[in-house]
Design a binder for this molecule. Structure first.
Ligand code: MN
Length: 367
């Protein structure tokens, strides 16, 4: 039987006017929007330019070669072509909601996105896991929206992978009520790379393209380090965090590094944790990867359950349209059981995000 393949990272493109149309007149100026200027697509909020994309260099972002960017039926055609059975779906414009600094506009934008996402995907919840976007300018708003989307049946919700300027960092106890609530509600926190950062372009000189994308790994490293060392995850053991598109091989390395210093600098360590950092990571942190096979070699440190395959459709750095051949060679040269393969390819993500697809079960168990 063919393994059930779940992508732990994919994106839809909301209508460009979703936030402009949805926000009330008093908040419209804050709307995150994409405006075409000649051959450039400019994403902005208020007077702030967030992101510029040259369309002629990025034909796929215009939708010509990826059928599913704006279109759910086309998406399912591409999934079939690529061998993806189901996926969790993240936003495109909504990735930039953490650039909205007005708390009221941020909350309203998140509500608009979450309502749209839920209705857009509602007919196909056996193939798509919905992911909410949570506001963070006011952590009471975070909790209110968390409760609202949990009542709508969401099982995953985004927090920024980089805490925006002025927001408590992830080692701050003010996050405790948020992580406690998510654990109680069974909502997994998704930290997608690049979110919350002022810019994803740190370098424009030689090597910039490789440097900028590779550097985005550090979002995940930093957030997990703060959440574990500061004790937020330790004090809220039911909370789970999925770090998306940062790669995954650093997770075992980080776990061992943190254990090392936790013991070696014992006299300076505050707060004390109830278990070793690596054990907290193993219990509560997962990471998605595309081509980053080193995590599979190193899986013994945290356990195989920490790693989830992802295609990052429809983005150029993802595996579409070559996912079938990527998967064919994913485990080459690695000593691994058939059950572990099925878990990495889909089982772990399906259990984590609680995909509503009973038919998948038979394809998640090795013969
Ligand atoms: Mn992605």
């Amino acid at each position: 039987m063919r393994p059930f393949i779940f992508s732990a990272d994919s994106h839809i493109r909301e209508p460009n006017s979703l936030f402009v149309d949805g926000l009330p007149a008093s908040l419209k100026r804050h709307a995150v929007r994409a405006v075409k200027d000649g051959d450039t697509m400019i994403t902005r909020t208020e007077d702030k330019v967030i992101f510029k994309l040259r369309l002629n260099l990025n034909p796929d972002f215009g939708g010509q070669q990826r059928l599913g960017i704006h279109n759910l039926e086309g998406r399912m055609v591409d999934m079939e072509k690529d061998g993806i059975d189901a996926e969790i779906v993240f936003p495109s414009l909504g990735l930039w909601l953490y650039c909205v600094s007005d708390p009221e506009a941020e909350l309203a934008s998140c509500e608009i996105y979450n309502d749209w996402n839920s209705s857009y995907l509602s007919g196909h919840l056996d193939r798509f896991v919905r992911c909410a976007v949570l506001p963070v300018q006011n952590l009471l708003n975070t909790q209110a929206e968390l409760k609202r989307v949990a009542a709508m049946g969401f099982t995953a919700a985004m927090l920024p992978s980089v805490t925006p300027t002025g927001i408590a960092k992830y080692n701050d106890p003010s996050w405790d009520p948020v992580f406690h609530l998510a654990g109680e509600l069974g909502i997994v926190f998704v930290l997608h790379t690049g979110t919350g950062a002022e810019t994803v372009i740190a370098e424009r000189g030689p090597g910039a393209a490789v440097i900028n994308y590779s550097l985005q790994m550090s979002d995940g490293i930093s957030s997990v380090m703060y959440l574990v060392a500061g004790g937020v995850l330790d004090r809220n053991p039911k909370a789970k965090v999925a770090v998306i598109e940062c790669g995954a091989s650093w997770l075992p390395a980080l776990a061992e590094r943190m254990d090392e210093v936790y013991v070696a600098h014992d006299i300076f360590v505050r707060p004390k944790l109830s278990m070793m950092p690596s054990q907290i990571i193993s219990r509560q942190v997962l990471a998605s990867f595309q081509h980053d096979r080193a995590c599979i070699f190193a899986r013994g440190v945290t356990g195989t359950h920490s790693f989830m395959f992802a295609s990052d459709y429809p983005h150029a750095e993802g595996t579409f349209p070559h996912t079938r051949s990527v998967l064919e060679h994913l485990f080459d040269g690695i000593d691994i059981t058939e059950q572990e393969k099925l878990d990495i390819l889909g089982g772990t993500a399906i259990r984590l995000f609680r995909l509503d697809n009973p038919a998948a079960a038979a394809r998640l168990v090795a013969a």
